[in-house]
Design a protein around this ligand. Structure first.
Ligand SMILES: O=C(O)C1=C[C@@H](OP(=O)(O)O)[C@@H](O)[C@H](O)C1
Ligand SMILES: C=C(OP(=O)(O)O)C(=O)O
Length: 415
């Protein structure tokens, strides 16, 4: 399927963002470890959360986690520490996303895990059993999801867990989000040194009423829409977010303030409406390190090209092992609309304003929800923008296209 997208002149609407898949997936695994039987409410209906809901509910012999990285990593640690025999697998892409750092760490904690196909990658055969726990070192520079997965089982390990992280820590705000979620469920989980996290062997508490904030990563596409619409009469309200959030991607508020989008929360101390308004952007260039917020990179890269803001973005090394190689995907698809960006050292993207003749071919999405959502706002600049396989958005934001229609986008299916 291919969508043809036409953007509205002006936006005056309210959007209810989906629940944060990162918080949902943490809460679900912790909730299961706490032995809670009642379901969690207000979960996201995105694919990445639904695969965990189904896995925990049915616990089939073979668990297919599809394309969900967090689900693959969190469920691997959960299954390794919970009695039972399971194979965990996923999409072809998932079978090429590395998992050796997590498997090695779990084996050092006593886990029984075998690779079913390729050494270092899913699928995995796991014989779950109570694990002793203790002190281990883990590389922190490849994916924070390995660290989060280990931390979440910490309270149920006989000796608890002391995790020393080595190397530069990638996606660190997600580790803090894990610790915060664990503490909400009664865990004693904290940084005890600059590179060390300690989890006490103390069971999780059963929590009945748990509110899940909306997804700040999803809000980024609305910030981009407001920036590219650049109409002073437009105003957009986003519901479900909090100014005192623990989601690292809330830094989007700051980044887009530099690109002319003003954010105004009705209340500061809890979930409250957030109003966005666009002002003129006069920024000539933006340099930013995305080590802590990799999921925002595509949004900001596309927005800056469309706004003529030159950039040098660092901290992008982990983009190569996500839903697709996002560095290559960005370079290739931006050329179709006339922007020539280049990469350096496998972790940097640079744009000095170089352009090429646009081909106006449809944008390919590479089974990556964020490619579709980051490119859609380009419809403000390129009328009749086309996006291939728009259905990829279900990974994190199933009603993205309906929400776009509700604010005035005209979206038609190409015959
Ligand atoms: O823990 C999480 O919820 C996530 C961590 C990040 O992954 P990495 O730690 O692999 O960068 C992020 O990209 C992903 O979308 C969600
Ligand atoms: C990288 C992402 O997801 P995951 O790693 O959980 O598949 C993402 O949602 O951008």
């Amino acid at each position: 399927m291919t969508y043809i997208i036409q953007a509205p002149q002006q936006i005056n609407s309210t959007i209810q963002l989906p629940a944060s898949k990162s918080i949902c997936n943490r809460a679900l695994v912790i909730h299961a470890m706490a032995g809670c039987t009642f379901p969690l409410s207000h979960l996201s209906d995105c694919d990445d959360t639904e695969v965990i809901v189904a896995a925990l509910r049915d616990m089939p012999e073979t668990i297919n986690i599809k394309a969900a990285g967090t689900a693959m990593r969190f469920m691997t640690a959960y299954l390794a520490s919970t009695p039972g025999s399971h194979t965990i697998t996923g999409t072809e892409r998932m079978k090429n996303r590395p998992i050796a750092i997590l498997v090695d760490a779990l084996r050092r904690l006593g886990a029984d895990i075998e690779y079913v196909e390729k050494e270092g990658f899913p699928p995995l055969r796991i014989e779950g059993k109570p694990l002793e726990g203790g002190q281990i070192e883990v590389v922190g520079s490849i994916s924070s999801q390995y660290i989060s997965a280990l931390l979440m089982i910490g309270p149920v390990l006989q000796k608890g867990l002391e995790l020393k992280l080595t190397g530069e820590i990638a996606s660190r705000p997600y580790i803090d989000l894990t610790l915060w979620t664990m503490r909400q469920f009664g865990a004693d989980a904290k940084w005890t040194d600059i590179d060390t996290i300690t989890i006490a062997p103390q069971p999780y508490a059963k929590i009945e009423d748990y509110t899940i904030e909306s997804d700040w990563s999803a809000s980024s596409y609305w910030y981009e829409i407001m920036a590219l619409n650049a109409n002073r009469d437009s105003e957009l309200q986003l519901d479900g977010l909090s100014d005192c959030t623990k989601q690292g991607d809330s830094v989007v508020k700051y980044i887009f303030s530099l690109l002319g989008v003003k954010s105004d929360f009705e209340l500061r101390d809890r979930i409250a409406p957030l109003k966005l308004k666009a002002h003129r952007c006069t920024l000539p260039r933006l340099d930013y390190d995305f080590t802590g917020s990799p999921d925002l990179a595509q949004t900001i890269v596309v927005a800056c090209c469309a706004m003529g803001v030159h950039f040098r973005f660092t901290g992008l090394a982990t983009l190569k092992i996500k839903e697709t190689d996002r560095i290559e995907a960005l370079k290739r698809e931006l050329r179709k609309v006339g922007y020539v960006i280049r990469d350096e050292n496998d972790n940097t993207l640079i744009w000095e304003g170089e352009t090429c003749e646009p081909t106006h071919e449809p944008i390919d999405t590479y089974e990556d929800h964020r490619m579709a959502m980051a490119f859609a706002p380009l419809a403000f600049k390129f009328p009749q923008l086309q996006i291939n396989h728009p259905e990829v958005v279900t990974k994190s934001y199933p009603h993205f296209w309906e929400d776009l229609r509700s604010v005035g986008f005209i979206i038609t299916e190409k015959a």
